[in-house]
Ligand binder design. Structure first.
Ligand code: LLP
Length: 440
Protein backbone atom coordinates (compact mmCIF):
# COMPACT_ATOMS: atom_id res chain seq x y z
CA UNK A 1 0.00 0.00 0.00
CA UNK A 2 1.32 3.47 -0.84
CA UNK A 3 0.26 6.66 0.95
CA UNK A 4 -2.27 7.63 -1.74
CA UNK A 5 -4.20 4.43 -0.98
CA UNK A 6 -5.13 5.43 2.56
CA UNK A 7 -7.82 7.97 3.45
CA UNK A 8 -5.86 9.44 6.36
CA UNK A 9 -2.39 10.98 6.60
CA UNK A 10 0.17 8.32 7.55
CA UNK A 11 0.67 9.74 11.06
CA UNK A 12 -3.03 10.04 11.90
CA UNK A 13 -4.04 8.38 15.16
CA UNK A 14 -6.22 8.78 18.22
CA UNK A 15 -4.17 10.08 21.18
CA UNK A 16 -4.50 9.38 24.89
CA UNK A 17 -7.01 12.24 25.22
CA UNK A 18 -9.21 10.47 22.71
CA UNK A 19 -8.59 13.20 20.12
CA UNK A 20 -7.42 12.85 16.55
CA UNK A 21 -3.81 13.70 16.09
CA UNK A 22 -1.66 14.17 13.00
CA UNK A 23 2.10 14.62 12.90
CA UNK A 24 2.08 14.26 16.68
CA UNK A 25 -0.19 17.32 17.02
CA UNK A 26 -3.61 17.15 18.66
CA UNK A 27 -6.12 18.50 16.12
CA UNK A 28 -8.34 19.99 18.82
CA UNK A 29 -5.37 21.93 20.17
CA UNK A 30 -4.45 23.07 16.66
CA UNK A 31 -8.01 24.32 16.13
CA UNK A 32 -7.77 26.16 19.42
CA UNK A 33 -4.37 27.66 18.74
CA UNK A 34 -4.80 28.69 15.10
CA UNK A 35 -8.61 28.94 14.89
CA UNK A 36 -10.71 27.34 12.16
CA UNK A 37 -11.17 26.72 9.28
CA UNK A 38 -7.62 25.45 9.20
CA UNK A 39 -5.71 23.45 6.63
CA UNK A 40 -3.35 21.00 8.35
CA UNK A 41 -0.58 19.39 6.29
CA UNK A 42 1.38 16.37 7.47
CA UNK A 43 4.99 16.67 6.33
CA UNK A 44 5.65 12.99 6.83
CA UNK A 45 2.86 11.96 4.44
CA UNK A 46 4.25 14.24 1.73
CA UNK A 47 7.76 12.92 2.18
CA UNK A 48 6.50 9.33 2.33
CA UNK A 49 4.70 9.53 -0.99
CA UNK A 50 7.59 11.44 -2.58
CA UNK A 51 9.91 8.62 -1.53
CA UNK A 52 7.41 6.03 -2.77
CA UNK A 53 7.53 7.66 -6.20
CA UNK A 54 11.34 7.65 -6.20
CA UNK A 55 11.42 4.06 -5.03
CA UNK A 56 8.86 2.90 -7.58
CA UNK A 57 10.98 4.24 -10.44
CA UNK A 58 14.40 3.40 -8.99
CA UNK A 59 15.16 0.85 -11.72
CA UNK A 60 14.49 3.43 -14.42
CA UNK A 61 17.18 6.08 -13.90
CA UNK A 62 16.00 8.30 -16.77
CA UNK A 63 13.03 9.61 -14.84
CA UNK A 64 12.35 13.16 -13.78
CA UNK A 65 9.55 13.82 -11.33
CA UNK A 66 7.90 17.19 -11.44
CA UNK A 67 5.40 18.12 -8.76
CA UNK A 68 2.28 19.67 -10.33
CA UNK A 69 2.24 22.81 -8.23
CA UNK A 70 -1.38 23.63 -9.08
CA UNK A 71 -2.47 21.03 -6.51
CA UNK A 72 -1.07 23.13 -3.64
CA UNK A 73 1.76 25.60 -3.79
CA UNK A 74 3.44 27.61 -1.11
CA UNK A 75 7.10 28.37 -0.52
CA UNK A 76 7.27 25.70 2.23
CA UNK A 77 5.91 23.00 -0.08
CA UNK A 78 8.49 24.01 -2.69
CA UNK A 79 11.23 23.53 -0.07
CA UNK A 80 9.95 20.09 0.92
CA UNK A 81 9.59 18.77 -2.62
CA UNK A 82 12.87 20.26 -3.85
CA UNK A 83 14.60 18.54 -0.96
CA UNK A 84 13.01 15.27 -2.09
CA UNK A 85 14.53 15.79 -5.55
CA UNK A 86 11.36 16.87 -7.35
CA UNK A 87 11.25 19.51 -10.05
CA UNK A 88 8.07 21.54 -10.64
CA UNK A 89 5.32 21.69 -13.23
CA UNK A 90 4.26 25.33 -13.13
CA UNK A 91 1.37 26.89 -15.03
CA UNK A 92 1.38 30.62 -14.33
CA UNK A 93 3.51 33.62 -13.50
CA UNK A 94 2.34 33.20 -9.91
CA UNK A 95 3.59 29.63 -9.67
CA UNK A 96 6.88 30.56 -11.36
CA UNK A 97 7.33 33.46 -8.95
CA UNK A 98 6.58 31.32 -5.89
CA UNK A 99 9.09 28.66 -6.97
CA UNK A 100 11.69 31.35 -7.64
CA UNK A 101 11.14 33.02 -4.27
CA UNK A 102 11.37 29.64 -2.53
CA UNK A 103 14.83 29.17 -4.01
CA UNK A 104 13.84 26.32 -6.35
CA UNK A 105 16.38 25.42 -9.03
CA UNK A 106 14.45 27.00 -11.90
CA UNK A 107 16.05 24.72 -14.46
CA UNK A 108 14.03 21.91 -12.83
CA UNK A 109 10.76 23.68 -13.75
CA UNK A 110 8.59 22.98 -16.74
CA UNK A 111 6.05 25.60 -17.78
CA UNK A 112 2.65 24.23 -18.87
CA UNK A 113 -0.59 25.91 -19.90
CA UNK A 114 -2.89 26.43 -22.84
CA UNK A 115 -2.75 30.24 -22.98
CA UNK A 116 0.48 31.51 -21.51
CA UNK A 117 0.82 35.27 -21.77
CA UNK A 118 3.76 37.11 -23.30
CA UNK A 119 4.62 38.44 -19.83
CA UNK A 120 4.61 34.95 -18.37
CA UNK A 121 6.76 33.54 -21.17
CA UNK A 122 9.22 36.40 -20.73
CA UNK A 123 9.29 35.81 -17.00
CA UNK A 124 9.94 32.10 -17.55
CA UNK A 125 12.91 32.87 -19.78
CA UNK A 126 14.25 35.62 -17.52
CA UNK A 127 14.14 33.42 -14.43
CA UNK A 128 15.67 30.41 -16.17
CA UNK A 129 12.70 28.00 -16.32
CA UNK A 130 14.20 24.85 -17.84
CA UNK A 131 11.57 23.65 -20.27
CA UNK A 132 8.34 24.80 -21.80
CA UNK A 133 5.54 22.55 -22.93
CA UNK A 134 4.09 24.39 -25.91
CA UNK A 135 0.36 24.02 -26.37
CA UNK A 136 -0.53 25.78 -29.64
CA UNK A 137 0.65 27.56 -32.79
CA UNK A 138 0.44 31.07 -31.36
CA UNK A 139 2.62 30.06 -28.43
CA UNK A 140 5.25 28.56 -30.76
CA UNK A 141 5.53 31.86 -32.61
CA UNK A 142 5.53 34.02 -29.46
CA UNK A 143 8.04 31.89 -27.62
CA UNK A 144 10.40 31.81 -30.57
CA UNK A 145 10.22 35.59 -30.84
CA UNK A 146 10.85 36.08 -27.12
CA UNK A 147 13.72 33.56 -27.06
CA UNK A 148 15.23 35.27 -30.14
CA UNK A 149 15.01 38.69 -28.49
CA UNK A 150 16.91 37.34 -25.49
CA UNK A 151 19.44 35.46 -27.61
CA UNK A 152 18.37 32.14 -26.06
CA UNK A 153 17.46 28.73 -27.40
CA UNK A 154 14.84 27.11 -25.20
CA UNK A 155 14.04 23.41 -24.78
CA UNK A 156 10.42 22.68 -25.58
CA UNK A 157 8.02 19.78 -25.62
CA UNK A 158 4.89 19.71 -27.73
CA UNK A 159 1.73 19.08 -25.76
CA UNK A 160 -0.39 16.63 -27.71
CA UNK A 161 -3.85 15.15 -27.19
CA UNK A 162 -3.30 11.41 -27.36
CA UNK A 163 -6.98 10.56 -27.82
CA UNK A 164 -7.24 8.53 -24.63
CA UNK A 165 -10.27 8.83 -22.39
CA UNK A 166 -10.29 8.06 -18.71
CA UNK A 167 -13.13 7.46 -16.34
CA UNK A 168 -13.05 10.51 -14.17
CA UNK A 169 -15.20 13.60 -13.85
CA UNK A 170 -15.73 15.26 -17.24
CA UNK A 171 -14.21 18.55 -15.98
CA UNK A 172 -10.91 16.88 -15.15
CA UNK A 173 -10.46 14.79 -18.31
CA UNK A 174 -7.90 16.29 -20.65
CA UNK A 175 -6.39 13.71 -22.99
CA UNK A 176 -9.50 13.01 -25.08
CA UNK A 177 -9.89 14.21 -28.65
CA UNK A 178 -11.53 17.63 -29.04
CA UNK A 179 -9.89 18.86 -25.83
CA UNK A 180 -8.83 22.47 -25.28
CA UNK A 181 -5.32 21.30 -24.43
CA UNK A 182 -2.49 20.65 -26.85
CA UNK A 183 -2.04 19.84 -30.53
CA UNK A 184 -4.29 17.30 -32.15
CA UNK A 185 -2.12 14.51 -33.60
CA UNK A 186 -3.09 15.71 -37.08
CA UNK A 187 -1.45 19.10 -36.34
CA UNK A 188 1.89 17.80 -35.08
CA UNK A 189 3.59 17.75 -38.51
CA UNK A 190 2.77 21.37 -39.19
CA UNK A 191 4.16 22.35 -35.78
CA UNK A 192 7.37 20.41 -36.39
CA UNK A 193 7.83 21.91 -39.85
CA UNK A 194 7.57 25.37 -38.33
CA UNK A 195 10.08 24.52 -35.60
CA UNK A 196 12.55 23.02 -38.04
CA UNK A 197 12.19 25.60 -40.79
CA UNK A 198 11.46 28.86 -39.00
CA UNK A 199 11.71 28.79 -35.25
CA UNK A 200 15.45 28.63 -34.72
CA UNK A 201 15.26 29.56 -31.04
CA UNK A 202 13.16 26.54 -30.12
CA UNK A 203 14.78 23.19 -29.43
CA UNK A 204 12.18 20.43 -29.62
CA UNK A 205 13.16 17.64 -27.22
CA UNK A 206 9.98 15.63 -26.80
CA UNK A 207 6.24 15.21 -26.47
CA UNK A 208 3.92 15.81 -23.56
CA UNK A 209 0.44 14.54 -22.76
CA UNK A 210 -1.78 14.57 -19.70
CA UNK A 211 -4.88 12.41 -19.73
CA UNK A 212 -6.80 13.56 -16.71
CA UNK A 213 -6.89 13.64 -12.96
CA UNK A 214 -8.07 11.32 -10.15
CA UNK A 215 -7.35 8.31 -12.40
CA UNK A 216 -7.69 4.76 -11.08
CA UNK A 217 -6.96 2.81 -14.29
CA UNK A 218 -3.35 1.79 -14.80
CA UNK A 219 -3.76 0.58 -18.40
CA UNK A 220 -4.28 4.18 -19.50
CA UNK A 221 -0.64 4.98 -18.74
CA UNK A 222 0.48 1.93 -20.70
CA UNK A 223 -1.58 3.07 -23.68
CA UNK A 224 -0.43 6.68 -23.36
CA UNK A 225 3.23 5.65 -23.58
CA UNK A 226 2.39 3.55 -26.67
CA UNK A 227 0.71 6.47 -28.44
CA UNK A 228 3.56 8.86 -27.67
CA UNK A 229 6.37 6.48 -28.66
CA UNK A 230 4.57 5.60 -31.88
CA UNK A 231 4.37 9.30 -32.64
CA UNK A 232 8.05 9.76 -31.82
CA UNK A 233 9.02 6.98 -34.23
CA UNK A 234 6.74 8.44 -36.91
CA UNK A 235 8.41 11.85 -36.43
CA UNK A 236 11.84 10.26 -36.76
CA UNK A 237 10.83 8.52 -40.00
CA UNK A 238 9.31 11.63 -41.49
CA UNK A 239 11.67 14.37 -40.28
CA UNK A 240 14.83 12.51 -39.23
CA UNK A 241 14.33 14.15 -35.83
CA UNK A 242 15.25 12.14 -32.72
CA UNK A 243 13.07 12.97 -29.70
CA UNK A 244 14.03 11.39 -26.40
CA UNK A 245 11.77 12.97 -23.77
CA UNK A 246 8.23 11.93 -23.00
CA UNK A 247 6.17 13.73 -20.38
CA UNK A 248 3.22 11.62 -19.26
CA UNK A 249 1.51 14.26 -17.10
CA UNK A 250 -0.01 13.49 -13.72
CA UNK A 251 -3.32 12.01 -12.69
CA UNK A 252 -2.83 9.23 -10.15
CA UNK A 253 -5.89 9.18 -7.92
CA UNK A 254 -6.24 9.17 -4.14
CA UNK A 255 -8.71 7.56 -1.77
CA UNK A 256 -11.37 10.03 -0.66
CA UNK A 257 -13.85 7.42 0.56
CA UNK A 258 -13.92 3.69 1.24
CA UNK A 259 -15.31 3.03 -2.23
CA UNK A 260 -12.27 4.63 -3.95
CA UNK A 261 -9.58 2.10 -4.82
CA UNK A 262 -6.65 3.93 -6.40
CA UNK A 263 -3.68 1.92 -7.64
CA UNK A 264 -0.36 2.17 -5.82
CA UNK A 265 2.46 4.32 -7.14
CA UNK A 266 4.34 1.09 -7.77
CA UNK A 267 1.60 -0.28 -10.04
CA UNK A 268 1.60 2.92 -12.10
CA UNK A 269 5.40 2.88 -12.32
CA UNK A 270 5.39 -0.73 -13.49
CA UNK A 271 2.84 0.02 -16.22
CA UNK A 272 4.81 3.01 -17.41
CA UNK A 273 8.24 1.40 -17.44
CA UNK A 274 7.04 -1.88 -18.94
CA UNK A 275 5.26 0.07 -21.67
CA UNK A 276 8.39 2.14 -22.35
CA UNK A 277 10.42 -1.09 -22.61
CA UNK A 278 7.89 -2.78 -24.87
CA UNK A 279 7.17 0.15 -27.15
CA UNK A 280 10.83 1.27 -27.31
CA UNK A 281 11.64 -2.13 -28.79
CA UNK A 282 8.61 -2.08 -31.05
CA UNK A 283 9.34 1.40 -32.40
CA UNK A 284 13.09 1.33 -31.97
CA UNK A 285 13.14 4.44 -29.77
CA UNK A 286 16.00 3.94 -27.32
CA UNK A 287 17.22 6.14 -24.45
CA UNK A 288 13.87 7.57 -23.49
CA UNK A 289 13.70 10.05 -20.58
CA UNK A 290 10.40 9.98 -18.77
CA UNK A 291 8.86 12.99 -17.03
CA UNK A 292 5.83 12.62 -14.78
CA UNK A 293 3.83 15.40 -13.13
CA UNK A 294 1.87 14.13 -10.13
CA UNK A 295 0.02 16.72 -8.08
CA UNK A 296 -2.97 15.35 -6.17
CA UNK A 297 -1.26 12.10 -5.17
CA UNK A 298 1.68 14.02 -3.64
CA UNK A 299 -0.26 16.35 -1.34
CA UNK A 300 -3.90 15.19 -1.37
CA UNK A 301 -3.74 12.65 1.45
CA UNK A 302 -1.38 14.78 3.54
CA UNK A 303 -3.92 17.56 4.10
CA UNK A 304 -7.05 17.78 6.22
CA UNK A 305 -9.33 20.73 6.93
CA UNK A 306 -10.59 21.50 10.42
CA UNK A 307 -13.91 23.26 10.90
CA UNK A 308 -15.92 24.21 13.97
CA UNK A 309 -19.55 23.22 14.25
CA UNK A 310 -21.96 26.15 14.51
CA UNK A 311 -25.70 26.08 13.98
CA UNK A 312 -27.73 22.99 13.33
CA UNK A 313 -31.15 22.77 11.78
CA UNK A 314 -33.62 19.94 11.52
CA UNK A 315 -35.97 20.64 8.63
CA UNK A 316 -39.37 19.20 9.62
CA UNK A 317 -39.76 16.02 7.54
CA UNK A 318 -36.46 16.88 5.86
CA UNK A 319 -32.72 16.90 6.32
CA UNK A 320 -30.71 17.67 9.39
CA UNK A 321 -28.12 20.31 8.54
CA UNK A 322 -25.01 20.89 10.60
CA UNK A 323 -23.29 24.11 9.58
CA UNK A 324 -19.55 24.63 9.86
CA UNK A 325 -17.45 27.80 9.63
CA UNK A 326 -16.06 27.11 6.13
CA UNK A 327 -17.29 25.53 2.93
CA UNK A 328 -17.19 26.20 -0.79
CA UNK A 329 -14.68 29.05 -0.58
CA UNK A 330 -12.02 26.90 1.11
CA UNK A 331 -13.06 23.73 -0.75
CA UNK A 332 -15.05 24.20 -3.96
CA UNK A 333 -14.66 20.54 -5.00
CA UNK A 334 -18.00 19.22 -3.66
CA UNK A 335 -19.97 21.89 -5.50
CA UNK A 336 -17.82 21.79 -8.66
CA UNK A 337 -17.31 18.06 -9.12
CA UNK A 338 -19.76 16.48 -6.67
CA UNK A 339 -16.66 15.32 -4.81
CA UNK A 340 -17.32 13.22 -1.70
CA UNK A 341 -15.13 13.28 1.40
CA UNK A 342 -14.65 11.29 4.58
CA UNK A 343 -14.94 13.03 7.93
CA UNK A 344 -14.48 12.43 11.65
CA UNK A 345 -15.00 14.56 14.71
CA UNK A 346 -11.56 15.47 16.01
CA UNK A 347 -12.63 15.76 19.67
CA UNK A 348 -14.54 12.44 19.67
CA UNK A 349 -13.44 10.25 16.76
CA UNK A 350 -14.59 7.07 18.48
CA UNK A 351 -18.10 8.23 19.44
CA UNK A 352 -20.95 6.11 18.09
CA UNK A 353 -22.36 7.26 14.75
CA UNK A 354 -25.86 8.13 15.87
CA UNK A 355 -27.34 10.22 13.08
CA UNK A 356 -27.26 11.00 9.37
CA UNK A 357 -26.65 14.67 8.69
CA UNK A 358 -25.71 17.02 5.88
CA UNK A 359 -22.61 19.07 6.61
CA UNK A 360 -23.34 22.51 5.26
CA UNK A 361 -20.93 25.35 4.57
CA UNK A 362 -21.41 28.94 5.69
CA UNK A 363 -21.62 30.53 2.25
CA UNK A 364 -24.72 32.09 0.73
CA UNK A 365 -25.55 29.34 -1.75
CA UNK A 366 -27.73 26.27 -1.41
CA UNK A 367 -25.04 24.34 -3.28
CA UNK A 368 -22.54 25.02 -0.50
CA UNK A 369 -22.73 21.56 1.02
CA UNK A 370 -19.51 19.90 2.17
CA UNK A 371 -20.79 16.35 2.63
CA UNK A 372 -24.31 15.07 2.00
CA UNK A 373 -25.99 12.40 4.15
CA UNK A 374 -23.04 11.45 6.27
CA UNK A 375 -23.18 9.34 9.41
CA UNK A 376 -21.95 11.35 12.39
CA UNK A 377 -22.05 11.11 16.18
CA UNK A 378 -24.17 13.53 18.21
CA UNK A 379 -22.80 16.98 17.45
CA UNK A 380 -22.86 20.24 19.33
CA UNK A 381 -21.62 23.74 18.78
CA UNK A 382 -17.84 23.88 19.13
CA UNK A 383 -17.12 20.33 18.01
CA UNK A 384 -14.14 20.18 15.66
CA UNK A 385 -14.79 18.46 12.35
CA UNK A 386 -11.87 16.98 10.42
CA UNK A 387 -12.41 16.51 6.68
CA UNK A 388 -9.76 14.24 5.18
CA UNK A 389 -7.96 14.46 1.83
CA UNK A 390 -8.30 18.17 1.27
CA UNK A 391 -4.57 18.63 0.62
CA UNK A 392 -4.90 18.97 -3.15
CA UNK A 393 -7.04 21.51 -5.01
CA UNK A 394 -8.50 22.90 -1.78
CA UNK A 395 -6.44 25.93 -0.82
CA UNK A 396 -5.24 26.23 -4.42
CA UNK A 397 -8.81 26.72 -5.64
CA UNK A 398 -10.02 28.72 -2.64
CA UNK A 399 -11.66 32.11 -3.00
CA UNK A 400 -12.85 35.04 -0.96
CA UNK A 401 -16.48 34.44 -1.82
CA UNK A 402 -18.73 36.43 0.50
CA UNK A 403 -15.57 38.33 1.46
CA UNK A 404 -14.70 35.56 3.86
CA UNK A 405 -11.03 35.40 4.81
CA UNK A 406 -8.91 32.56 3.44
CA UNK A 407 -7.90 30.13 6.20
CA UNK A 408 -4.39 29.57 7.49
CA UNK A 409 -2.39 26.43 6.72
CA UNK A 410 -0.07 24.73 9.19
CA UNK A 411 2.56 22.08 8.60
CA UNK A 412 2.84 19.44 11.30
CA UNK A 413 5.70 17.06 12.01
CA UNK A 414 6.96 15.27 15.12
CA UNK A 415 4.70 17.18 17.46
CA UNK A 416 5.59 20.57 16.01
CA UNK A 417 3.21 22.82 14.08
CA UNK A 418 4.27 25.77 11.96
CA UNK A 419 2.23 28.24 9.97
CA UNK A 420 2.97 27.94 6.23
CA UNK A 421 0.18 30.29 5.12
CA UNK A 422 -1.04 33.05 7.38
CA UNK A 423 -4.75 33.46 7.87
CA UNK A 424 -5.86 36.46 5.86
CA UNK A 425 -6.77 39.58 7.74
CA UNK A 426 -9.50 42.08 6.91
CA UNK A 427 -6.73 44.48 5.94
CA UNK A 428 -5.34 41.88 3.47
CA UNK A 429 -8.83 41.58 2.08
CA UNK A 430 -9.18 45.25 1.17
CA UNK A 431 -5.52 45.79 0.31
CA UNK A 432 -6.15 45.81 -3.44
CA UNK A 433 -9.35 47.89 -3.27
CA UNK A 434 -9.12 51.42 -4.64
CA UNK A 435 -11.69 54.20 -4.33
CA UNK A 436 -11.69 56.75 -7.18
CA UNK A 437 -11.29 60.29 -5.83
CA UNK A 438 -14.69 61.38 -7.16
CA UNK A 439 -16.46 58.92 -4.87
CA UNK A 440 -15.03 60.46 -1.71
N1 LLP B 1 0.00 17.89 -15.53
C1 LLP B 1 -0.91 18.61 -16.19
C2 LLP B 1 -0.61 19.08 -17.53
C3 LLP B 1 -2.15 18.88 -15.59
O1 LLP B 1 -3.06 19.58 -16.25
C4 LLP B 1 -2.43 18.40 -14.28
C5 LLP B 1 -3.70 18.69 -13.62
C6 LLP B 1 -1.42 17.67 -13.62
C7 LLP B 1 -0.22 17.42 -14.28
C8 LLP B 1 -1.60 17.13 -12.23
O2 LLP B 1 -2.62 16.20 -12.16
P1 LLP B 1 -2.89 15.40 -10.80
O3 LLP B 1 -1.72 14.51 -10.54
O4 LLP B 1 -3.05 16.41 -9.72
O5 LLP B 1 -4.13 14.66 -11.05
N2 LLP B 1 -9.13 20.85 -9.82
C9 LLP B 1 -9.36 19.46 -10.16
C10 LLP B 1 -8.13 18.83 -10.76
C11 LLP B 1 -7.65 19.56 -11.98
C12 LLP B 1 -6.40 18.95 -12.56
C13 LLP B 1 -5.83 19.85 -13.58
N3 LLP B 1 -4.61 19.38 -14.16
C14 LLP B 1 -9.82 18.71 -8.92
O6 LLP B 1 -9.92 19.32 -7.86
O7 LLP B 1 -10.14 17.53 -8.99
Amino acid sequence: MTANQGIKPVTCEVNEKGHLQIGGCDLVELADKYSTPLYVYDEQTIRTIAKEYKDAFKDYPNIKMLYAAKAFMTKAICKILSSEGFGFDVVSGGEIYTAYKAGVDMSSCLFNGNNKSVEELEMALNLGVGKISVDNFLELALLNQIAFSKGKKIDILLRITPGIECHTHEYIQTGHLDSKFGFDLSQVDEAIELILDEYENLNLIGLHAHIGSQIFETQIYYDEVGVILKEISRIREKFGLELHTINLGGGLGIKYTDSDVPPSVKEIAEKITSSVDYHSKKYNTGGISIFIEPGRSIVGTSGVTLYTVGSSKQVPNGKKYIAVDGGMADNPRPSLYQAVYTTQVANKPNAALSQTVTLAGRFCESGDILIKNVKMPDLEEGDVICVYDTGAYGYSMSSNYNRVLKPAAVLVNNGQSDIIINRESYEDLISCDMVPERLN
